[in-house]
Write a new protein. Structure first.
Length: 207
């Protein structure tokens, strides 16, 4: 059974994570983008593409492993997420330009991209749009798929929240707002009570 860590465990974890940088930069068209760097800050750069619901902060979960492997995780908030400004009329195909702009801002000549869950499609967009140099490698973990590519058996075994989101996107677009409202409530719970947030996330997302 999952339990919320104690304050001493959190303190120990923060020490093990080590140094990290939480910053913003502005693109050439004036868009503010937040990003976090962690792991080995002088190591091989890997852009960490967060899932949903998540943000740049989720990269900290991999900071200890990244540091041990000499990897510098660079995790931007996608537009409208976290501290990054909302970008109207954006699409997944716009995301590689953001990665390229952030790489130039940081002086990174070559890099890899890693996507988690909902970040998977953004990795595929980077593979399609970015040249082999600077993009040297790409992968994603538990990447999300278009609803049309999921068979019925797989769909039935997905967590309730995921089934609802896929169904609503196709059949009830306004229902997606309900998902965002629930997610917002979960985020507020996480800010006030980690133990309550853990219980809610486990029950709602099937973790």
């Amino acid at each position: 059974m999952l339990t919320a860590p104690s304050s001493s465990s959190w303190d120990e974890w923060r020490q093990r994570v080590g140094e990290y940088k939480d910053e913003t930069f502005t693109t050439i068209d004036g868009q503010r983008v937040a990003f976090l760097e962690c792991g080995d800050l002088s190591g091989w750069p890997v852009f960490f593409i967060h899932g949903w619901p998540a943000s740049r902060l989720s990269s900290l979960s991999g900071a200890i492993a990244a540091r041990s492997q000499g990897v510098r995780l660079i995790a931007p908030d996608r537009p409208g997420v976290g501290r990054s400004e909302f970008a109207p009329n954006r699409s997944i195909d716009d995301f590689p330009d953001l990665i390229g702009a952030l790489a130039r801002h940081l002086g990174v000549a070559e890099f890899a991209v890693l996507g988690i869950s909902g970040g998977g499609p953004y990795v595929l967009s980077c593979l399609y749009h970015l040249p082999a140099s600077p993009l040297r490698a790409a992968t994603f973990v538990a990447g999300s798929l278009p609803a049309s590519s999921i068979d019925r058996g797989t769909f039935r075994n997905l967590p309730f929240a995921t089934r609802w989101q896929y169904w609503a996107l196709k059949n009830l677009p306004w229902g997606v707002r309900v998902s965002f409202a629930v997610t917002n409530a979960l985020m507020k719970a996480a800010a006030s009570s980690p133990s309550t947030a853990l219980r809610l996330f486990t029950s709602f997302f099937g973790a």
